[in-house]
Design a protein around this ligand. Structure first.
Ligand SMILES: O=P(O)(O)O[C@H]1[C@H](O)[C@@H](OP(=O)(O)O)[C@H](OP(=O)(O)O)[C@@H](OP(=O)(O)O)[C@H]1O
Ligand SMILES: Nc1ncnc2c1ncn2[C@@H]1O[C@H](COP(=O)(O)OP(=O)(O)O)[C@@H](O)[C@H]1O
Ligand SMILES: [Mg+2]
Ligand SMILES: [Mg+2]
Length: 355
């Protein structure tokens, strides 16, 4: 039976645990989210990752973004012994693919929607001959050099825009991905996914690189940059003609988001999409980045979206992604959970829950 959640004074019926880094807690678990969730019967409780998970709870649902291997092992061990209780969103095995830029975008080739990934090559170790790899992959300059690992560190966002080969390759620190830069008018479409909702937000990006820049041997052969999408958007006149009403059609965004959700077996992520406009090819969309549990506070209405999602998962009214990712032994079925029946991990450990 569904809980009565309409009254603001009703006490919370469900407990959602969150295991997030402190910066993520302050950016996402804002008073506005805590209040809205409480209003609808959901209590948000921080998981103390320095303590054994089995000593905490009870949680009806657990959301998490931790890079620590020990934490991951705890989740997996628990899930192996007690599948489905509590509901864990999302599976560490499925999240792993997003923590390595070599595998992050593999899912895109399986999408039905007309979207692709810019050509790229992985330089896995410092001894690799990047010159030879570049020649073999036939990549065209400019390129973006991206660190392979996405591990929550500032370094994992240290990028370099590479205009030409001369003198640059020794500057690049492997392991990394070299990806073709695509001119896209300096505007990026960041699509936030929360279960089956997708919200597209326009964000700042790198400006186009004119062809003559590649031939200017007096200019720097490469430039470093980081976190460009957090810069303010250029005024409409300077952004290559893209305007507010020029965002991709909602149907297209939804289709891409749905395909990624199914292919990745994940509920909570965002992706960066850019659009190349050329006379030769018309409009072409590229996905360049997918982030697990991103900065949701930058998405309008995120409080309601997350709360609705929690309730849908708790009530078992939304299915898990149809195709679950490989290596995801922890993919758990959303299932009907009687309110207040959040089974304590400690109880599970001691076997009482089975009684
Ligand atoms: O990958 P990690 O290091 O975990 O960091 C993430 C990603 O960088 C996200 O996107 P991107 O990689 O495209 O910068 C960004 O969110 P947005 O994509 O919402 O900007 C998050 O911002 P905050 O959590 O808000 O700081 C940040 O926590
Ligand atoms: N292939 C590309 N073509 C054009 N711009 C790109 C490309 N890849 C990345 N960028 C730009 O660089 C920024 C950072 O790259 P991204 O792969 O999103 O890394 P991060 O995980 O640090 O956000 C993007 O937001 C975009 O502005
Ligand atoms: Mg990005
Ligand atoms: Mg990223």
């Amino acid at each position: 039976m569904a809980p009565e959640l309409s009254s603001p004074s009703s006490s919370p019926r469900y407990t959602v645990g969150y295991a997030l880094l402190p910066e993520k807690v302050s950016s996402v678990v804002r008073p506005s989210l805590v209040a809205l969730a409480a209003d609808r019967g959901v209590r948000l409780v921080a998981v103390d990752v320095s303590r054994p998970l089995a000593e905490q709870g009870p949680f009806d649902l657990l959301v998490h973004k931790m890079y620590d291997r020990g934490w991951r092992a705890q989740l997996e061990e628990l899930a192996a012994r007690h599948p489905g209780v509590p509901v864990v969103v999302d599976s560490p095995g499925a999240i792993d693919r997003l923590l390595d830029r070599a595998t992050m975008l593999d899912v895109v080739s399986g999408l039905r929607a007309p979207v692709s990934v810019p050509p790229q090559v992985v330089v896995s170790d410092a001894a690799a001959d990047a010159d030879e790899l570049l020649a073999r992959a036939a990549l065209r300059f400019p390129l973006i050099a991206k660190p392979l690992a996405v591990d929550g560190s500032a370094e994992s966002h240290d990028m370099r825009l590479v205009y030409r080969r001369d003198g640059v390759l020794p500057l690049l620190r492997a392991p990394l991905v070299l990806q073709e830069f695509v001119n896209h008018g300096g505007v990026l479409f960041k699509v936030y996914v929360v279960g089956d909702r997708a919200t597209c937000v326009r964000r700042s990006s790198l400006p186009d690189v004119p062809a003559h820049r590649l031939l200017d041997l007096d200019a720097e052969p490469s430039v470093p940059f980081a976190n460009i999408s957090n810069q303010p958007l250029p005024p409409p006149d300077d952004d290559g003609g893209a305007a507010d009403d020029d965002t991709p059609a909602a149907g297209f965004v939804d289709e891409v988001a749905r395909g990624l959700r199914r292919g990745l077996g994940l509920h909570l992520f965002n992706f960066d999409m850019i659009r190349e406009r050329s006379e030769e090819h018309g409009d072409r969309y590229f996905i360049i980045d997918i982030n697990y549990f991103p900065g949701y506070a930058k998405m309008p209405g995120y409080e309601a979206a997350l709360t609705d999602f929690f309730l849908e998962m708790l009530r078992g009214t939304r299915p898990v992604p149809e195709q679950l990712g490989p290596g995801s032994g922890l993919d758990m079925e959303a299932r009907k959970l009687e309110p207040g029946l959040g089974i304590g991990l400690r109880e599970l450990e001691s076997g009482r829950a089975q009684a």
